[in-house]
Design a protein around this ligand. Structure first.
Ligand SMILES: NC(=O)c1ccc[n+]([C@@H]2O[C@H](COP(=O)([O-])OP(=O)(O)OC[C@H]3O[C@@H](n4cnc5c(N)ncnc54)[C@H](OP(=O)(O)O)[C@@H]3O)[C@@H](O)[C@H]2O)c1
Length: 227
């Protein structure tokens, strides 16, 4: 029997791409988006037509709505809706972070996560099942200098997830997930070359995919981690 669908935002590289491949390898149909059209075409070709990848900018709420409608129509209610897409600021003290850079981080990391929930949660509520996994960070539970905009966005994810957890129907869960520290383009922006001391995304996904599959209604409102 076919496993239920998993939705992933930001699946063109890094953790989102590794999860898309990991869930597909376990028999799940995967629906995902990002902006990089050639990476999406490559992923579609490598995983096959039973999956669905589309170019969507998470800052465009109407585009996220159209994506959700087409996924719900084709695959039914997803088992997992993973809000993974995010950006980090170029490390700098807050007074050197331009207004547009701050606005962009909040638009992608916070408002984008809200758009995904806005357009998928009604279906999960109606079905009475499904887990929303909002990607947080160590910097959603602790802080460091020069990444204040990113910290603000990930602390927001923690509060947002806990509040929405109090709104969803019985059987549905909303979880904030700290993935750990993984060598991706984002980590290289923050850590530079020392990012290479950490696991790559595919190695991480071997732990993360089973961890996510174990999340269920009992985890509603939790701050979870991939160990
Ligand atoms: N790597 C780590 O150590 C680490 C640690 C803690 C938390 N995290 C969290 O884990 C998640 C994945 O991070 P990562 O390291 O894999 O980052 P990454 O390699 O930079 O990948 C980010 C993904 O987000 C997508 N994205 C960015 N802006 C977007 C937009 N406007 N619309 C749609 N998609 C967009 C990118 O796709 P396009 O460019 O194609 O749009 C890309 O697929 C993030 O939530 C991050 O905060 C990572």
């Amino acid at each position: 029997m076919e496993e239920p669908c998993v939705v992933i935002s930001g699946c063109t590289r890094g953790l989102g791409l590794a999860m898309a491949c990991g869930f597909a390898a376990r028999g799940h149909r995967v629906a995902g988006f990002g902006r990089n059209e050639s990476a999406l075409a490559e992923l579609q070709a490598s995983l096959g037509p039973e999956h669905h990848f589309e170019a969507v900018d998470i800052c465009d709420d109407a585009a996220v709505k159209r994506f959700a409608e087409s996924v719900l129509d084709r695959f039914g209610t997803p088992a997992f809706v993973i809000s993974n897409a995010a950006v980090i600021n170029t490390p700098a003290p807050i007074w050197d972070v331009p207004d547009e850079a701050m606005a962009h981080i909040l638009a992608v990391n916070v408002k984008g996560t809200v758009s995904v929930m806005r357009h998928f949660l009604p279906a999960l509520n109606a079905a009475g099942h499904g887990v929303v996994v909002n990607f947080s960070s160590g910097w959603g539970r602790s802080t460091s200098p020069e990444v204040a905009p990113y910290c603000a966005s990930k602390w927001a994810i923690e509060g947002l997830s806990k509040a929405v957890a109090q709104e969803v129907a019985a059987g549905v869960a909303v979880v904030a997930l700290n993935p750990g520290i993984i060598d991706t383009e984002m980590l290289r922006e923050a850590f530079g070359e020392s990012a290479s001391a950490y696991d790559d995304a595919d190695t991480w996904a071997k732990r993360a995919v089973p961890r996510i599959l174990r999340l269920g209604p009992a985890d509603n409102g939790a701050s979870a981690s991939v160990d």
